[in-house]
Design a protein around this ligand. Sequence first.
Ligand SMILES: [Zn+2]
Length: 303
Amino acid sequence: MKQEKKRRFTLLDVMNLSEADCKKQLAFNRWGDTVSCPYCEHDKCYTTKERYKCAKCRKLFSVRVGTPFEDSKIPLKKWFIAMYFVTHHSKPISSHQLAKDIEVTQRTAWFMLHRIRHTLVDNGLEDKLEGIVECDETYVGGKNRNRHWDKKVPHSQGRSFKDKTPVFGMLERDGKVRAFKVPNTKKKTLEPIIKKHIKKGSKVMTDEYRVYSDLHFDYTHKKVHHNRGQYVVGEAHTNTIEGFWSLFKRGILGIHHNVSRKHMNLYVNEAEYKYNTREMKGQKKFNKILKSDKQLSYSKLTK
Ligand SMILES: [Zn+2]
């Protein structure tokens, strides 16, 4: 007999889960077979009707305590659907769309998406990037933010546009990207970031921007002169990171519309996560969220 192929995890699977199923799945992902107390880590806990009770510290807790869903009154099933969209769709979903899909207010949907994105942030910052690393800065937002993306303006006075948010990125060719919102793109801001994240001796590719002028002390520094119409000189180019920026901007432009400066990092994280997990299966990402202990309070997000 022909063996049945392993089925893909789909939105229908999520839709068929009851709230109790979701709780079970969350419990299994975070604890496996042995429930561990989130307060004292003791591994003997009793199951009561809706909760667990620790045999040692006697505290009662629900499966949500210590997860990204703690303090949320939204049913887990709605969370699971939102997580499915974030982990399985190639394009980001807007809070307006999510609000309609799962019947919550737009504000709630916005908060849920931020919380989910927050759990997806890469923690592997201790590993330095190496090999060939492309560095570049870009500017997001601004007055015409719905229509106009002003990337680098050659010969402009510095690259600081007051109403735009500067974002700096470093991309390992055939590897990971790391990007952050930065206060400005001055040498004293960018150089320490580069040194912190890129292994000494790596090959660093940039354009001719003068903030990169001292990189040859620590790296093999190659640059392309965009202002002279140069884009690829042998292995020297910044095309890969520019491709990353255009995906990032298209996501914001087409889907999120307005992105405030304050929340920019969350969108950068989303793009970074998408890029770095481009070969990871959706279900694996979904389970990663269920294993997460990252929390983000509403007050922290809106302060
Ligand atoms: Zn305990």
